[in-house]
Design a protein around this ligand. Sequence first.
Ligand code: ARG
Length: 578
Amino acid sequence: MTLRETLEARITAALEKAGAPPGTPAIVQPATRAGFGDYQANGAMGAAKKLGRKPRELAEAALAVAEIDDLVAHAEIAGPGFINLTLSDACLNRQLADYAATVIAARPAGADAQRVVVDYSSPNLAKEMHVGHLRSTIIGDAMARVLEHTGHAVLRQNHVGDWGTQFGMLLTWMNELANNDDALEHELADLETFYRHAKQRFDSDPEFAQAARDTVVRLQSGDPDCLRRWQQFIDVSMRHCEALYARLGVSLTREHVHAESAYNDDLARVVEDLDAAGLLTESDGAQCVFLDEFKGKDDQPLPLIVQKRDGGYLYATTDLAAVRHRSRTLRAQRMLYFVDNRQSLHFRQVFAVARAAGFAPEEAQLEHMPFGTMLGEDGRPFATRSGGVVRLSQLLDEAEERAYALVTEKNPELAEAERRDIGRVVGIGAVKYADLSKHRSSDYVFSWDGMLSFDGNTAPYLQYAYTRVRSLFRRAEVDPDSFDAPITLAEPAERALAMQLIRLPETLAVVTRDGLPHLLCAHLFDIAVAFMAFYEQCPVLAASDAALRDSRLALAQRTSAALKTGLSLLGIATVERM
Ligand code: ARG
């Protein structure tokens, strides 16, 4: 339990003792303003209303019986019946003393641990991965890490698109090139061009187009030659994704790939089972599910089509099979889908149909975690000057190059190799953090200057704060990783920093619940700001005595641990100097 949860449980119990009906939670939240203490409980108001009592009186009575002395130094009733709580120094000190174990360490799987599927990245392999997949990949990976850290069993699922009619076109183009092995290899080295050339042939040559359609049929019926070519293409495309994952520091590997094609054998059964459940309706020759809750224009019923009139299955059919697999075989209790917000209707329909058909039990949590579009500085979807797709590899090259230039400007005396290394960590970190730090549901503007700034809520700012601590220890000639000392919190800046430091688990709990990693970013930023204030106001190496110096060093050491752990949960690395 986090400190906030413990306080909430204790105040809830006190409210009940004071007469509140059971099940009225105390609702403890971080105080919104200095002067309100550290936390504020507002449950007395709701409970009093139910009882027809005065809220302040109920809050008073609850405080009289609350067992919070080990945590709280000062509690008072404010306004209409808020309870303001100020933590005791003893409580803060306990958390700080054993910081690595109490605050930083991953939580062991508790009673509330779940098996959670995280569906993310999931690019279509027909084309090169593009910026559209960046958000899913980065946000999903951060969430997978945070969920693991908070004690859940995470099942990463990379639902790559490796099936469908486009592959007929691609395989036909491969066949044409195959007479000349070098040509094929050369074309496959650049999937974007490969796709474009195949599409040009498809659009301009009816014979090619017919061959492509025949190839789809042969592929779907399991023709060995087709399958071999298809596998060759998938391997190239998958390797390309893996290279990007490695560069980005994303924790996806081959073992997390559960491709669309893996569900092929299930699709007929999905349709049969929908039929058996009485959910299937034929409409225009297609097999559809109509649920009352989905209406289109003019209140027309909106179908989820699961089989086309030519017998082909669709994206939705595969997703229904995936829900069933994840629930029955992977035994997932929660499934999170990091997919852009244009697919919201798709997921609402798939989830509703899956429940109606019993593919997932009522209690399974199926959650689409949508995100907005990455925009260019002109406010339009991010693209090259000529409107083309931006290759991720080029984007990352530019990030590293810009960060390298920045480091070189700030620290020309560092060796070239170290500056290159810092450029990589800061450049990639900046791109990832720029994405993670925005509320995922909004669109955001991709801006090099913004994300690489050393001011404000950016990766370089946090990475820099981390290096400040490390350099402090270098100057003190003390090993930060083995150093420890008792901490006393005398100055307001010390206490403010300590408060930020111990609240990390509370933020992680909210991120886990809501799938919003920007809240972790905001908290890390608060920590860095509190540290900079502390660093300015409280001399460390020049402290008046050794005990004070060591106390402040210990606080700085906690800060670096919080920043490093928090950044690593976001999938962002740190460096020792920059
Ligand atoms: N491949 C899809 C796309 O690129 C995303 C798949 C998301 N996951 C899923 N289970 N539908 O749009």
